[in-house]
Every structure is written in structure tokens, then in C-alpha cells.
Design a protein around this ligand. Structure first.
Ligand code: IMP
Length: 184
């Protein structure tokens, strides 16, 4: 029989994808991160730099749990293409517009996997001598790290498996799943 369902529907109904983090778990953790950031950055008017594309949903939810003045900007980088492992080189596809010298910068990532994007962004933003530079990441695959990095605000440590949903894609689709799934 011909299967006309979308990939989105298959994830939800076929059982080939295991749920890793539910909408409720993600929301509860982001609420906590928002509280911590509000407390730590109270008088600092930080610029939060969202990393596209994967970080767009996390960024949007996180800023709404932060109760202090802040600014936002976005950078777009790519290391995976359409594959499920990193190409090993990071390309910048869109730069930020904000002036970041002497400002408090919080980079907002969907996931830190090998750490190569983290390293690229640290070097890039570090050159402009911000007052401080810290990272927020919803997810971390610690076992896959290729470089040293430190995430100040981390959502969840996850196993070294490919995940989709809540902003994370497979071949550019499945970002709109509200929960996070492991692809078997
Ligand atoms: P890194 O440079 O290897 O740390 O990879 C960072 C980027 O790779 C993330 O911002 C994601 O866009 C992508 N990525 C890494 N792991 C996954 C995954 O499991 N699912 C979807 N995208 C991923």
C-alpha cells in the first residue's frame, strides 16, 4: 500500500523514533535556565546571540523565561550539511549585526556535539573583546567532544545519538516536532 504520510507523521505514529525529551521536560528545564540567567545578568543587559537554524525554537522559548532587559541577534553557521555527522569544518552563512565590544554576550546553541561550532564561535566573538562571553546550550553530547569547551547554562546531557525535533533537523525537516526524538 502506498504510504502518503509525511515524515512528521511517521515519527509520531510509526515507533521508529524513540522519544528522548518530552515537551513538558524541555519546558521545565528552560524555565529553570531562564531563572538562572535572569539572576546572573540582572544589571548587564546581555546580547543573546541565537545560532541558526537549530537554535531558533530554544531561543524563542528561553528569552520568554528571562525577566530582565536583553537584546537579541542571530548568526547562521553550518557544519553538518544534510548528513548526520559533522563535516569537520564550520562555515558562517550569516553574521550578527550587533556591536558586541564591551557587551555581555550569551551564545544560544541547540546542541554541542563535537564542540567545533563552539570553538569557531568562541574565536569569532572573542576577537571583538566582549565584556563576557558565555554559552547556553539546550543539549550536549559530551562523549563526542573533540575539543575542550565549557557550557555555562546547559539543558540536558544526552547520549551520542542523532536527535530531531524542537528545532533540530534531519535533512532540513522535522524541526517542528514539539518534543525531541532519537532517530534509530
Ligand atoms: P558541533 O560543531 O559538532 O558541536 O555541532 C553543532 C551543530 O551540529 C549543532 O548546532 C547542530 O546544528 C548539529 N547537530 C549536532 N548533533 C545533532 C543531532 O543529533 N541532531 C541534529 N543536529 C545536530
Amino acid at each position: 500500500m502506498l504510504d502518503n504520510r509525511s515524515e512528521f507523521e511517521r515519527v509520531l505514529y510509526d515507533g521508529k523514533f524513540r522519544i528522548l525529551l518530552s515537551e513538558e521536560q524541555i519546558d521545565a528545564r528552560i524555565r529553570e535556565l531562564g531563572k538562572e540567567i535572569s539572576r546572573d545578568y540582572r544589571t548587564k543587559n546581555p546580547i543573546m546571540i541565537g545560532v541558526l537554524n537549530g537554535g531558533f525554537i530554544f531561543m524563542a522559548d528561553l528569552v520568554r523565561y528571562i525577566e530582565i532587559d536583553l537584546e537579541v541577534d542571530f548568526i547562521k553557521i553550518s557544519s553538518y550539511g544534510d548528513a548526520t555527522t559533522t563535516s569537520g569544518s564550520v562555515k558562517m552563512l550569516k553574521d550578527i549585526n550587533a556591536e558586541i565590544r564591551n557587551r555581555h554576550i550569551l551564545v544560544v546553541e541547540d546542541i554541542v556535539d563535537t564542540g567545533l561550532s563552539f570553538q569557531f564561535l568562541t574565536k569569532k566573538f572573542g576577537k571583538f573583546e566582549p565584556a563576557s562571553l558565555e554559552f547556553v546550550s539546550l543539549l550536549q553530547k559530551k562523549d563526542n567532544a573533540r575539543v575542550d569547551y565549557h557550557i555555562k547554562y546547559l539543558g540536558f546531557d544526552i547520549p551520542n545519538e542523532y536527535v530531531v525535533g524542537y528545532g533540530l533537523d534531519h535533512k532540513q525537516i522535522l524541526r517542528n516536532l514539539p518534543s525531541i526524538y532519537v532517530m534509530d
